[in-house]
Design a binder for this molecule. Structure first.
Ligand code: ATP
Length: 443
């Protein structure tokens, strides 16, 4: 993890939020490469989920009517148990003490569970994770609103609007990508548990009785999405919610977990939420949220199959999955260590880099011209500094799948070398084929 975190900072994937002021706990900023990677992940998800006939996209506001969170159960139940250490004053999530270390510098590396055994902790209190703020100039209880802790509620409250605007018929889904905020008691593991993050959620509305079939369908679709983007099969697993881990409203639930360096952790949840959400909003809003099924001539409250992924958590998983250190031959035939991000080409922040082999004989001008022709179509990079081997290594670390080098042969026959990031194989292609070559790779 340490190596990945340092690469992320050095290469401009992730920075600490407000770093020049000492940082803000649980908040991170995406740098030039990070924002491209994040956008590419979101785009891959958006395309897989909404470029189909039975799913519509929306983008609901972050601030919502406060009653939404009463109806959803968040005001009452969206809590974690919190304990304080009476000695060092550190604060912990009571159900995660096993994973935590004591907060006192005097006991560096000591497990928090030992402090618990020694009776140093207070009784657990429930702490609501929603961030509160006020709408308008007066900070009184009537003006309280919350930063949404999940995007799903924006979908439920727009169910009727989408049905009537899109004329979708059940079964169909509504998808949304957006920021969510949780005042987590302990943030940890880089982007894994943060206070501000992004979710990619889809709610699929189905006829009761067909829910189990659709649940299985989405479970397999969502796993396949990660596999299609080159996640290693052995690093993914399903974890079923059982016993007290199954939410009271859920009929069934699985997490897709990824094997991080610190252990397996959830990156997406697939839940059969029954008719809980629409029934609750119907009760609290007084609006009829049932659906008339013209085919079966029945009126019912749809069941919901939810797929809820973290964009930022997935980004971290994609980075861990792609990070490789290996020995690779240099131009002189020696072996040298290289770090490479083997990201799926469609996720790679930069799609292609262009290098003049040397800064003379007209090579930089030709390289610039090619780069400028390609730039409107793809995110590309031009680099003429240092030995070409070093330029390759820099692009390997950024995950750039293709590097094009303009050399003396280019001057003679208008061909360039294209080097593949993963195999490091090089082939010559003609300059006028570069665009179609790239288009073929990113179809
Ligand atoms: P956890 O048990 O880890 O707190 P959760 O079960 O509460 O997570 P969900 O409410 O199912 O998580 O959220 C759906 C997805 O949103 C998660 O799979 C995860 O990818 C992402 N997510 C949730 N909380 C955070 C967070 N604090 N930081 C980053 N991503 C998060």
């Amino acid at each position: 993890m340490d190596k990945l975190v340092s690469l992320c900072k050095r290469r401009g994937f992730i920075f600490q939020s407000s770093e020049i002021y000492g940082g803000l706990n649980g908040c991170w900023d995406y740098g030039p490469l990070g924002v491209e990677l994040l956008n590419n992940i979101k785009q891959a998800w958006w395309q897989a989920m909404t470029y189909r006939e039975d799913i519509e996209g929306i983008d609901a506001s972050i601030l919502m009517h406060p009653k939404v969170w009463e109806a959803s159960g968040h005001v009452e139940n969206f809590t974690d148990p919190m304990v304080d250490c009476k000695e060092c004053k550190a604060r912990f999530r009571a159900d995660q003490i096993e994973e935590m270390l004591c907060g006192s510098p005097a006991y560096k590396g000591r497990k928090a569970s030992r402090c618990a055994e020694e009776g140093k902790f207070t009784e657990a209190r429930q702490f609501n994770l929603m961030f509160k703020t006020f709408i308008g100039p007066v900070e009184n209880s009537g003006a309280v609103v919350y930063l949404r802790p999940e995007t799903a509620q924006g979908i439920y409250v727009n169910f009727l609007n989408v049905v009537s605007a899109s004329r979708q018929k059940i079964p169909f889904g509504i998808a949304q990508i957006g920021k969510a905020f949780r005042n987590e008691i302990n943030t940890k593991n880089f982007l894994f548990r943060t206070r501000e993050f992004e979710q990619m959620e889809m709610q699929f509305f189905v006829k009761p009785g067909t829910d189990e079939k659709w649940f299985e369908y989405w479970r397999s679709e969502r796993l396949q999405w990660f596999l299609n983007l080159w996640m290693v099969k052995e690093k993914l697993r399903f974890q079923r919610h059982e016993g007290k881990h199954l939410a009271h409203y859920a009929k069934d639930a699985y997490d897709i977990e990824f094997g991080f360096p610190f252990g397996f952790g959830e990156i997406e949840g697939i839940h059969n939420r029954t008719d809980y959400d629409l029934s609750r909003h119907q009760k609290y809003s007084g609006k009829n949220l049932t659906y008339f099924d013209e085919e079966s001539k029945e009126r019912y409250t749809p069941y919901i199959i939810e797929t809820s992924a973290g964009a930022s958590r997935s980004l971290m998983a994609f980075l861990v999955n792609a990070y490789v250190e290996e020995e690779a031959p240099t131009a002189e035939g020696k072996m040298e260590a290289r770090t490479v991000l083997r990201l799926h080409p469609s996720l790679a922040p930069i799609k292609a880099a262009f290098f003049p082999l040397v800064n003379r004989d007209g090579m930089p001008e030709i390289a610039r011209k090619i780069e400028q022709d390609i730039r409107p179509k793809f995110k590309v990079f031009y680099d003429d500094s240092g030995a070409v081997g070093r330029r390759y290594r820099r692009q390997d670390e950024a995950g750039t799948p293709f590097c094009f080098t303009i050399d003396s042969q280019t001057l003679q026959d208008q061909t360039v070398t294209v080097r593949d990031r993963d195999s490091m194989r090089q082939e010559r292609i003609s300059v006028d084929k570069i665009l179609s070559y790239l288009q073929g790779q990113f179809r």
